[in-house]
Design a binder for this molecule. Structure first.
Ligand code: DXP
Ligand SMILES: NCC(=O)COP(=O)(O)O
Length: 237
């Protein structure tokens, strides 16, 4: 069984667009867990354009499933992580001004930096996962730096699968096989959706967790729109 961790960044994006508290991020976190999600993911970015650092602190008291905080392990981010002590921190090498995450770690080049961060997280009792492309050398490097898990960066798979190219799964399957042999736990995320999740899950051995946000929130809008439009129409009769 693969756990679903719902990424609620997009709820914060919508909330911040009006400056108030609608939709309420903490209520959404409570609700996704009530509906069966086994984790909540956030990715506070340095400009706080969606998740704010205070949201992370507030969510500590609300997330009773697995709390996953993602981000680039810069000083402020790591201070926040050590304060919140989530179940898992996912280290992502994204640039300060990145529109969204767009690459995995070079685990060879950044070996000693990652080793230091991961050692500190372990001392604090926080599970680590590092965001990686499905490249065997990077998976071997992930083992060397001592992470508990990897998160396979799935954008390329999602794009190619959407174009009908099922073979795009092959590097992910091979990466997962190697990770399993090396004793690394396997997570995955980025652009996973109702269209591609079943195929992905069926081809990735030992997939422990997926974190899904952009598509899941968009799909929730599409699938809920008819109901809400009709509720308004009934009130207007
Ligand atoms: C690490 C990752 O894959 C990202 O998908 C991320 O958590 C999404 O961030 P944004 O919501 O800022 O695009
Ligand atoms: N780690 C990936 C994640 O949390 C969500 O990514 P996306 O579904 O918003 O692309």
């Amino acid at each position: 069984m693969t756990k679903l961790s719902v990424n609620i960044n997009k709820i914060a994006t919508l909330r911040n667009s009006r400056g108030g508290d609608v939709p309420n991020l903490l209520q959404v976190a409570k609700d996704v867990q009530k509906f069966g999600a086994e984790g909540v993911t956030i990715h506070p970015r340095p400009d706080e354009r969606h998740i704010r650092y205070q949201d992370a602190r507030d969510l500590v008291n609300v997330v009773y499933t697995e709390f996953n905080i993602e981000g680039n392990p810069m000083d402020n981010f790591m201070k926040l992580v050590f304060e919140c002590k989530p179940t898992q921190v996912t280290l992502v090498p994204d640039a300060v001004d990145a529109l969204t995450s767009n690459a995995g770690w070079d685990t060879v080049k950044h070996k000693s930096f990652l080793q230091d961060v991961i050692t500190e997280c372990r001392l604090q009792g926080i599970r680590t996962s590092i965001f990686v492309d499905p490249v065997l050398e990077m998976i071997e490097g992930a083992k060397v730096v001592g992470t508990d898990r990897i998160e396979l960066y799935t954008e390329e798979f999602a794009t190619q699968y959407g174009l009908g190219n099922e073979k795009a799964i092959i590097p992910y399957t091979k990466a997962a096989e190697l990770a399993s042999e090396l004793g690394l736990g396997i997570n995955a995320g980025h652009d996973l959706s109702l269209d591609n999740i079943e195929f992905f899950k069926n081809n990735i051995p030992n997939l422990l967790e997926v974190s899904i946000g952009h598509a899941l929130i968009s799909e929730s809008l599409y699938l809920g729109l008819e109901n809400v439009v009709n509720m308004y129409i009934r009130k207007l009769q």
